[in-house]
Design a protein around this ligand. Structure first.
Ligand code: 8IG
Length: 278
């Protein structure tokens, strides 16, 4: 199917996710995937630690996905088989994602996680690169997302869908991850629409309201996944100090470089944690 089908996506987002999931099942021969991971910028090299995928295709070949627009985000969907604690598990990995700042609305932003849930996934791992607001954080450090603050005034949910978000970033899963690596910090992620980074004054405001990390993704996907009953794990890789923290200017190249430098640690963490999550 040709996928400049954002009109279908807007009219029936869940139906489009079901269609996309059916297409993935057909292409992979796998009726049910179990865990999905969205690899944000800075995370793609870490995925290599999971070995070879059984299948890979371009996201644009699957209904409802938009082409990628950001350097370092490659627009692929891969299927993996890993050995879990109670038998083989199937993992769906999205390399790259759509962001709110692309201006296509929130539906394409959450289409991947909705598709993953419709493909059978009960756990959704959302990874991203972000700015560090908390001055204890170092560039290259992974941080578990404990909670979020949305500053975009945008939700993927429409109508009287009053979803509870008290345990959005699953305590159960965070405990499993910290058991693997007890040096991992936890923080509050604030979602900023972008594409401009924050001003130093905005970063001071974010720190004041309780944020540790700032980025342009993850939050709508977490809400969409949770509202469909999936458990969410969020991991941020701090790739720069947020604006005004060091006085340095921000640029996208440092994000890519910090991701490459941290890839081995992130890859090892994912490879050890994923088989224990179900
Ligand atoms: I990577 O400092 C990355 N993404 N909003 N601010 C925002 N998004 C980011 C940042 C940052 N670094």
């Amino acid at each position: 199917m040709n996928t400049h089908n954002s009109e279908i996506l807007y009219l029936d987002p869940i139906g489009t996710a079901e269609t996309a999931a059916a297409e993935i099942a057909k292409r992979t021969g796998v009726a049910q995937h179990h865990i999905a991971l969205v690899a944000g910028s800075g995370w793609v090299s870490a995925i290599d630690a999971l070995g070879k995928p059984t299948h890979e295709f371009n996201t644009e070949e699957i209904p409802g996905f938009l082409p990628p627009t950001v350097v370092g985000q490659s627009g692929k969907i891969r299927s993996y088989e890993l050995m879990g604690e109670s038998g083989p598990i199937r993992i769906l990995i999205f390399l790259g994602r759509t962001h709110l700042y692309e201006g296509k609305g929130v539906e394409p932003v959450v289409h991947g996680v909705r598709t993953a849930v419709k493909a059978g996934c009960k756990v959704i791992i959302l990874t991203n690169a972000c700015g560090g607001i908390n001055t204890n954080y170092q560039v290259g450090q992974p941080v578990l997302i404990r909670d979020h603050i949305s500053l975009t005034a945008t939700s993927p949910l429409i109508g009287a869908d009053f979803v509870d978000l008290t345990d959005l970033y699953s305590k159960r899963i965070r405990a499993i991850v910290k058991n693997e690596d007890n040096s991992l910090a936890e923080g509050v992620y604030v979602h900023w629409r972008g594409p401009a980074y924050e001003t130093p004054a905005e970063i001071r405001m974010m720190r004041t309201i309780g944020a540790d990390l700032v980025g342009m993704s993850t939050v709508p996907e977490a809400i969409a996944a949770h509202s469909l009953g999936a458990e969410v794990l969020g991991i941020s890789l701090v790739t720069n100090a947020a604006a005004g923290v060091t006085g340095e200017k921000l640029n996208h190249e440092e994000v890519i470089a910090a991701g490459k430098a941290a890839a081995d640690r992130m890859g090892a963490l994912l490879a050890s944690v994923i088989p224990k999550l179900l």
